[in-house]
Design a protein around this ligand. Sequence first.
Ligand code: NAI
Length: 257
Amino acid sequence: MVEDDTPVALVTGAARGIGKGVATSLLKAGWSVALTDIDEVAGQAAAEELARLCGASGRVEFILMDVSDESSVVACLEQLEEDFGRLDGLVNNAGIADPDNGPVEQLTLEAWNRLLATNLTGPFLVSKHAIGLLRESGGAIVNIASTRALQSEANTEAYASAKGGLVALTHALAVSLGSAVRVNAVSPGWIDTRDSQQQRIDPLRSIDHQQHAVGRVGQPGDIGSLVAFLLSPAAGFITGQNLVADGGMTRQMIYVE
Ligand code: NAI
């Protein structure tokens, strides 16, 4: 067990993509991080890779967790308490990230339930079982929502509903937990989570970048730095909010000239 004052974060869905980027930013900011994921092989590999980033006091460890399964969530939190002894930050990032559910007339109840179980019920379950430790530390929660909570493409009903629900869960929790635990959401826009080899083989087009007000598609570190800020004492006056990080996409009018 860690016996020092190094803050400890739990990041769900941290084997790859945005979750791994968030874990990287937190490690660089001096946190210890429990990487959790349903994918044990990729999660272990990510933990070994990120261990090289740890400072003098920080550490990283992988713990298996399926966020949609309450017994798995309870077991993970018990393991975290045993191994780290504390929890200061929870990042509910795990999700089925493909928003396309096909035509709504063909969307099965099973597929709808599966997506909501991971993307909305998951953050509820992990928060529910982490709140005890977070109260003890005066910690904070960040939920990774999406700009799709605010606007849509066609055929994305399940994903949009889950992310809209997650933004609402964020302010409900923030009010319930009050001064004990701050709770915020981050809504990313387009984040390119592919590894450098995939990016080389299939590079994004110039227009993909230029359509953003900031002139580029996002990277996992763009979300990681915002999450690290929201979990830090510097964000002590911010709770219940949904912070959009999308390179300005949701601020542009697109009427045809
Ligand atoms: P990804 O697919 O690269 O990574 C998601 C991770 O979650 C995977 O490692 C997967 O194994 C894990 N996971 C899936 N189901 C799980 C479960 N039941 N329990 C535990 N872990 C589980 O996805 P990406 O792109 O990194 O997305 C991360 C989060 O960010 C998701 O919540 C997604 O909806 C959100 N997001 C992503 C955007 C993007 O452009 N990449 C934009 C807006 C939001």
